[in-house]
Design a protein around this ligand. Structure first.
Ligand SMILES: C[S@@+](CC[C@H](N)C(=O)[O-])C[C@H]1O[C@@H](n2cnc3c(N)ncnc32)[C@H](O)[C@@H]1O
Length: 262
């Protein structure tokens, strides 16, 4: 049941509690999801729900987790990873050499940054690889650090890499330490925190779809500033950057954009 009153105040309360600014997320979709969750928690108003999560750490974490929508999988949209392997990585290495700075922004449970390490291991020795992986949600980062995945989430990993870098444990798959060691996880809010600089590749997929157009544009501009000239931005397969030319990108392939030198 939709909750009629109090969403404006609720957004302020959520910001105070979590530092997540719900104004930057598409409102209709977000409110519908939140109202459903509140209903499941048997609360009748936003205030009642805020009081609940303030006093119950588990419910609070459930809320943040729910809010941030963190489904992921290894090699999500494999055809894009094929392009990364055949085209993007070789060109980046040719242009910038072996020390490539890669940022997996909104990395969720680690599937994406670990996929990046494995994919790049076809081109560089593991010890040369370093991925910065960030997410707003503590819980997903904790899960990423554990590195235990279902068969379904690793289904798209190429067979040789699966064999080399995963060990089956009671129906789940543990990623090897040699891959884990190449990723540095950090908490980071795309809407609030400062961005790294000098990146050669930024991968940010399946998160900006939840943001308003203004918030999206702001983030794409900040990514532009975070990239070196000719650096690449890799976005999700349902996403687009409408005004990419205006904000400093050329389009390389459908979901890969290059920072232009202008
Ligand atoms: C659907 S997952 C995408 C994961 C991965 N990039 C992929 O494509 O499989 C979206 C992730 O964005 C994160 N997220 C949501 N809002 C964020 C924000 N403001 N700053 C950083 N991460 C955010 C969520 O916590 C979640 O882990």
């Amino acid at each position: 049941m939709p909750i009629e009153n109090g969403y404006e105040k609720f957004k302020k309360d959520v910001f105070t509690l979590t530092k997540i600014d719900l104004n930057a997320y598409k409102e209709k979709q977000m409110k519908r999801r939140i109202d459903t969750l509140i209903g499941k928690n048997k609360c009748k108003s936003y205030d009642e729900y805020v009081a609940l999560i303030k006093n119950d750490k588990e419910r609070f974490e459930e809320f943040v987790n729910f809010l941030t929508i963190n489904v992921s999988e290894f090699y999500r949209n494999p055809e894009q990873w094929e392009l990364l392997d055949k085209d993007v990585f070789p060109k980046l290495i040719e242009k910038f050499g072996n020390n490539i700075k890669i940022w997996s922004a909104a990395c969720s449970t680690g599937d994406e940054p670990y996929s990046l390490v494995m994919a790049l291991s076809r081109h560089l020795p593991l010890e040369k690889i370093k991925i910065i992986a960030t997410d707003i949600d503590k819980q997903v980062i904790a899960k990423a650090k554990v590195g235990l995945y279902s068969a379904k989430s690793i289904a798209n990993v190429p067979a040789d890499l699966k064999k080399k870098y995963f060990t089956e444990i009671g129906g789940s798959y543990q990623i090897s330490d040699s891959i884990k060691q190449r990723v540095e996880f950090k908490e980071h809010n795309l809407l609030k925190d400062s961005y790294p600089t000098g990146c050669h590749l930024i991968v940010c997929r399946n998160v900006l779809i939840y943001f308003t157009e203004e918030a999206k544009e702001e983030v794409y501009k900040k990514f532009n500033a975070a990239l070196v000239n000719d650096g690449v931005l890799f976005i999700g397969s349902t996403e687009q950057i409408m005004n990419y030319k205006e904000i400093g990108y050329d389009r390389a392939q459908s979901f890969f954009f290059i920072k232009n030198n202008k």
